[in-house]
Design a protein around this ligand. Structure first.
Ligand SMILES: [Zn+2]
Length: 245
C-alpha cells in the first residue's frame, strides 16, 4: 500500500468515526475533535476543521496539520485553538498514539466530575479499562493555552484513556477502529458506573486478579473492534455514504 492510499484509508475511517459518534449522540455542538497521525513520527495529523459539525465531516474535508507549524493559527482556516492545544501536544508527545479521540460523552463526563472519578471493575465492560486509565483531576478550564494542552498530554502517562476531571475523556489508539471501540465501551462502562451509584447500595467490586484476567480476555477479542467498526461503516454506506466524499 503506498502512502497516498494509506492516508486515504485513514481519512475514510476517521470521517466514519465522526458520523458514527454523531449517530450515537456522542458529539458536542461544533466542538470536540478526533485526530489521526499521518506520518510515522506523528508530526502530521488529520483533524476536523474549526466549527465543523460531526455530521458534515468527510474524508476530504479533514484538515492536515503539522505539529511544528504554528503559522496555521494566523490563517483563516486556523483550527479550533483548544483542539490544537490538546491534539497537537498529544501527537507531539506520543508518536505511537496514532489516533486521538477527545469527547464529552454524557456518562463519562458525569463520572469525571465526581470527587472519586475512578471507573471500578464491576463487570466485563468496566473491567476492560482496569489499569488502562490515567486520571487528571487538575482541570484548568477550556484548553485555550499551550500550557493546558501540554498538561493534558503529560497527564496521559502513556495510558490509552485519560479521564479528564470536570471535563470529559480522551482516548488514544493504534487504529481508528480500536480507539473508537475503547470510546464506545468507555461510555457504556461509565453509564453502568453512574447507574450503580444511583442504586445507593454497596458495590461488589471484582478482585484485582479477576479484573486483570478480564483485560487479557479483551485482548483476545481485539478482532471484534475491527468487525464492529466495519459493520457500522457498512450501515453508513447503506444509509449515508457522503462521509466518503
Ligand atoms: Zn473538551
Amino acid at each position: 500500500m503506498n502512502y497516498h492510499n494509506k492516508e486515504r484509508q485513514l481519512r475514510v475511517d476517521l470521517a466514519a468515526a465522526f458520523r458514527i459518534l454523531h449517530r450515537l449522540d456522542m458529539h458536542e455542538s461544533v466542538a470536540n475533535h478526533l485526530s489521526a497521525a499521518v506520518s510515522d513520527d506523528g508530526r502530521t495529523f488529520l483533524m476536523n476543521r474549526r466549527w465543523m459539525h460531526f455530521c458534515n465531516v468527510t474524508a476530504s474535508n479533514l484538515q492536515l496539520l503539522d505539529v511544528d507549524d504554528e503559522s496555521i493559527l494566523q490563517r483563516d482556516d486556523a483550527p479550533d485553538i483548544s483542539a490544537w492545544n490538546i491534539h497537537r501536544n498529544i501527537h507531539r508527545a506520543y508518536p505511537g498514539a496514532r489516533v486521538v479521540l477527545h469527547a464529552h460523552p454524557t456518562y463519562a463526563t458525569a463520572l469525571s466530575t465526581l470527587k472519586d472519578p475512578r471507573l471500578l471493575p464491576i463487570d466485563n465492560n468496566t473491567a476492560r479499562f482496569y489499569e488502562r486509565i490515567a486520571y487528571d483531576t487538575n482541570f484548568g478550564g477550556i484548553a485555550n493555552s499551550e500550557e493546558e494542552g501540554e498538561r493534558i498530554a503529560e497527564s496521559l502517562q502513556g495510558k490509552p484513556v485519560l479521564m479528564m476531571g470536570n471535563h470529559g475523556v480522551t482516548v488514544v489508539g493504534e487504529t481508528v477502529a480500536e480507539a473508537f471501540e475503547d470510546l464506545y465501551y468507555l461510555e457504556k462502562a461509565c453509564k453502568t458506573m453512574i447507574l450503580v451509584y444511583s442504586a445507593g447500595q454497596p458495590l461488589n467490586i471484582l478482585s484485582d486478579e479477576l479484573a486483570r484476567e478480564i483485560v487479557r480476555g479483551w485482548d483476545d477479542f481485539r478482532g471484534a473492534s475491527f468487525a464492529h467498526f466495519e459493520q457500522l461503516k457498512a450501515e453508513l454506506d447503506a444509509t449515508d455514504p457522503s462521509y466518503l466524499n
